[in-house]
Write a protein that binds this ligand. Sequence first.
Ligand SMILES: [Mn+2]
Length: 343
Amino acid sequence: MPKKLSTEEISLAQALVSKANRIVVTSHKNPDGDAAGSAFSMSLFLASIGKNVTTILPDGLPEFLQWLPGYERLVQFDTQTEEAKAAIDEADLIFVLDYNALHRTGTDMQVVLENATAQFILIDHHQMPGDFAVVTYSDTSACSTAELVYHFIEQCYGSEKIDQNMAQNIYCGIMTDSGSFRFPSVTPDTHRVVASLIEKGLDHALVHRQVYDTNMLDRLKLIGYALSQKLEIIDDSLTAYISLSSDELRRHNHRQGDTESLVNQALSIKGVKLAAFFRETNHEVKLSFRSKGSFDVNKFARDNWNGGGHMNAAGAATTLSLPEAIQKFKRLVQQYRLEIINS
Ligand SMILES: [Mn+2]
């Protein structure tokens, strides 16, 4: 089992929840399967014990996550700003799930959270959690926040409180953040949690189908284009990268989440140890980094791009132009060449 909460932390968390009249559950910007799965499972749990809960995400979910139980109660900060602001202002308790610092929700939501009078409970697996929460349940070795949500509920209320709908969400978080159980962060405990979820009625095949077998033709064509035309290899540094300009994305009717798997496909090339993906948006370039061995992309993203994440998966954003960002990346790869090769 990952890190345990202390007896004091358990009492504190129980007291915070029990005395809160209004609870807000949040996750990070560009929510992925773990963000959504963690937020919905926690919201469904809190509602099941009679709490008034609002789930707030900074922006929308890709279509392959919109079927998750609990999606119908989502308040989106970017399109339902007034409703979201009011809920945060009136909240007594705010859950911070799958992110370590309030700015991960984006500038607008960050300000509202910073001005909130509510107390915070943070549950996360990213490095260096901020110290703004009354209870911080952070374990950077956990493969997903959803797994920690399971253990939080288990330790504070008992795992029998987790029902089928919560199980679908927790499984979605674990499955997507563990690369379908293939990353080194997967432990016997991960599988024990999943075994218990199946006993609660989890339909794991359905979750997999909904997330991975619902491609749109445009998306497959975009992936085909990226892999055949835009995949570059830096041979002497065992590095592969893919970039897509906003024009290329527009031509393929790009929708949110469409390019999610590209960086992993670049990394899957035999011998490649570092992979990067560049996606141009209207005002910035989004960067994703992945590594196979001991090359720490969290540190790479933090030191050079003001980003972060985990040892083998990290991200960042830059206001450099797309060609400038690629140039900078290539320069850095030369600089880190030996470290990458020996990783
Ligand atoms: Mn996560």
